[in-house]
Design a protein around this ligand. Structure first.
Ligand SMILES: C[S@@+](CC[C@H](N)C(=O)[O-])C[C@H]1O[C@@H](n2cnc3c(N)ncnc32)[C@H](O)[C@@H]1O
Length: 475
C-alpha cells in the first residue's frame, strides 16, 4: 500500500480508530501479573509507563489522569496520531505524558528513563521482524527490574480458517486504485462477490463466511490497519514466549482476565489432557488449542518472579483492591464466563453487594468479612477471582469509598473536563478515576446529571455510581 520505507511497511496514510482499552491500565496489568505470582507494584508511588504505537493514546492519556504522580510516555510515528493525542491531553489538562513522534527504531536513540510498564497493543502481529527486534531492544534496554510488559497479538490456531481472507483482501486492494479507504472498500466488495457456497473455501469453512460478514460491517480505517500492512503475522504463543525469554522476561498472566483461570475456559477432559502434558511450554500451547484462541493479551515480567513462594504470592493478591464499576444490582447469582454460566449462593451475593456498596476493598479484607462458619476462605477467594474474571468485579488501584467531605465537585480537573465534554457532545466518555486507576465509562446522561449535581441543583440527586467510583466528591 502507501507505506513509505521509513514506516517499515506500516500504513501511514490513514489514521487508526480512536479506541480506549481498559486492559492497558497499570491497575489491570498489576492485577494480571500478581495472579501469575509477580510482586504487586506500589501504584501509589511514582512510576514510569511507556506506550509503544499509542495511536491516539486515548488509554494512556486517561491513565495519566488517573495516576497524576506517575510519568507516562507515548510513542507513534504517525504525526496525525501524536498531534491529536497532544491536543486531547491539553484539553483534559493532563501534563504528565511525554509524546514522542518517532519510530520505535529512532526511539532507541532518545534519552529515555527506565520504565515500570511498557505496553504495545495491536503492534506485534502487524510490524515486520526488524521492528519487532527494535521493540525487544527497547524492552531490554529500558524496562526496569520486575517491570511489566503488555503485548497483544493475533495467535494460532484461532486464525487457521480465516487467515486466507487477509491474502484475498490484500490482493483485491492492490488491484484497484484510489485512496486507501477506497481500495479497502473495493476489496471488501470484491470478496463479498466470492463469499458464497459456490466457492468451496467458504462452503468448507463456515467461520470464514461469518468473518466476511463481520469485515463488511467494520470501519474502513480499522480494516486498513488490521489487514493491509506489509506484515500480518499470526504467532504461536510459545514463539512469543521465546522472544520475550531472550529479552529476559517471563510470562506472568493474561490481561484477558478469564484466561488466567483454565476452569473457566475448558471442560474437565481438556483440562486433564493438558495437565498430563510433560512440560509448561506444551501446556501453554495446548491451552490455545483447547479454546481455539485467536488473540492474546500477554503480560510478561522481568526477572524475580520465580523466586517467590506461594504464600508471598497469596499475600500480594490479598493486598489488591477490587470493586464494582457497574450498578451494584449487577452483582448477580449468575455470572457469564467463557465456558458458560457460573452460579453463586444467593446469601453470598447479598453479603458481597452490601460490601461493594461501600466502595472498593482489599481482597483479603473482603475474604475476612465474608468468611464465617459456613464459608470457606479459599472458596470465597476463588469466587471473588472468578467474579473479576467474569467482569462483574474489577481491579481498583486503591481501597476506598466516596469522599463526602467538602463541596460538591469532580474528584480532579481531568475528570471534570471529561464530564463537560461528554455532556456537551451528548456522547459517552471514559472518565479518569484515581480510585479505580482506570477509566469509568460514563454515559452522556450520567455526565449531565453529575454536572447538575456539582452546580448545586437541589432537584438532582448525586449520581451514586460515580461517587462510589471516585469520580465525584462532596456533601
Ligand atoms: C493498530 S494501531 C494501535 C494503536 C493503539 N495502540 C491502539 O490500540 O488503539 C498501531 C499503531 O502503531 C503505530 N506504529 C506502527 N509501526 C510503528 C513503528 N515502527 N514506530 C512507531 N509507531 C508505529 C501506527 O502508526 C499505529 O498508530
Amino acid at each position: 500500500m502507501q507505506a513509505s520505507d521509513s514506516s517499515s511497511g506500516y500504513l501511514s496514510d490513514v489514521t487508526f480508530p480512536d479506541r480506549f482499552h481498559r486492559e492497558l491500565s497499570p491497575t489491570w496489568l498489576n492485577y494480571a501479573s500478581v495472579l501469575g505470582g509477580a510482586r504487586a507494584k506500589a501504584l501509589g508511588r511514582p512510576f514510569r509507563y511507556l506506550d509503544l504505537g499509542c495511536g491516539f493514546a486515548h488509554s494512556t492519556i486517561v491513565n495519566a489522569a488517573a495516576f497524576p504522580h506517575a510519568q507516562f510516555h507515548a510513542c507513534d510515528f504517525n504525526r496525525a496520531h501524536i498531534e491529536a493525542a497532544s491536543q486531547r491531553a491539553a484539553r483534559l489538562g493532563v501534563g504528565n505524558v511525554v509524546f514522542h513522534e518517532s519510530s520505535f527504531e529512532a526511539l532507541l536513540e532518545h534519552d529515555l528513563p527506565e520504565f515500570d510498564f511498557i505496553v504495545l497493543h495491536g503492534i506485534y502481529s502487524w510490524v515486520d521482524a526488524d521492528v519487532r527486534q527494535a521493540v525487544r531492544r527497547l524492552i531490554s534496554e529500558r524496562l526496569a527490574e520486575e517491570g511489566l510488559v503488555y503485548l497483544s497479538y493475533n495467535c494460532q490456531p484461532g486464525w487457521s480458517a480465516e487467515a486466507p481472507l487477509r491474502k484475498l483482501m490484500l490482493e483485491f486492494a492492490q488491484s484497484t486504485s484510489g485512496s486507501i479507504e477506497t481500495r479497502t472498500g473495493n476489496a471488501i466488495a470484491g470478496m463479498q462477490a466470492l463469499g458464497n457456497p459456490s466457492f468451496r473455501y467458504f462452503r468448507d469453512n463456515p467461520s470464514a463466511t461469518e468473518a466476511l460478514s463481520a469485515l463488511a460491517a467494520s470501519p474502513l480505517d480499522y480494516l486498513a490497519h488490521e489487514y493491509l500492512n506489509r506484515t500480518w503475522e499470526i504467532h504461536y504463543s510459545v514463539d512469543v514466549l521465546d522472544d520475550m525469554a531472550h529479552t529476559g522476561l517471563a510470562y506472568t498472566g493474561s490481561a484477558t482476565l478469564a484466561d488466567n483461570h483454565p476452569t473457566l475456559l475448558m471442560d474437565r477432559q481438556a483440562a486433564e489432557a493438558i495437565a498430563a502434558l510433560p512440560n509448561a511450554r506444551l501446556r501453554h500451547l495446548a491451552e490455545d488449542f483447547a479454546v481455539n484462541r485467536r488473540f492474546r493479551r500477554d503480560v510478561f515480567v522481568r526477572g524475580a518472579r520465580a523466586s517467590r513462594s506461594q504464600a508471598q504470592a497469596l499475600e500480594s493478591l490479598e493486598g489488591l483492591a477490587i470493586g464494582c464499576t457497574t450498578e451494584i444490582e449487577r452483582i448477580d447469582t449468575r455470572a457469564t464466563i467463557p465456558r458458560g454460566v457460573l452460579s453463586f449462593q444467593p446469601e453470598f451475593i447479598a453479603d458481597l453487594r452490601a460490601l461493594m456498596q461501600q466502595g472498593s476493598m482489599r481482597i483479603g479484607e473482603i475474604v475476612a468479612k465474608l468468611s464465617g462458619e459456613s464459608r470457606n476462605p479459599r472458596e470465597i477467594l476463588q469466587n471473588l477471582l472468578f467474579l473479576v474474571a467474569g467482569g462483574v468485579l474489577t481491579p481498583f488501584a486503591h481501597a476506598g469509598g466516596y469522599d463526602a467531605t467538602g463541596v460538591r465537585r469532580a474528584a480532579n480537573a481531568s475528570a471534570m473536563a471529561a464530564l463537560v465534554r461528554s455532556a456537551d457532545e451528548t456522547q459517552g466518555a471514559y472518565v479518569p478515576s484515581e480510585l479505580l486507576g482506570n477509566a469509568v465509562a460514563v454515559g452522556a446522561d450520567e455526565a449531565k446529571q453529575a454536572l447538575q449535581w456539582i452546580a448545586g441543583d437541589p432537584a438532582t440527586p448525586c449520581p451514586s455510581r460515580l461517587a462510589r467510583l471516585g469520580v465525584l466528591c462532596g456533601t
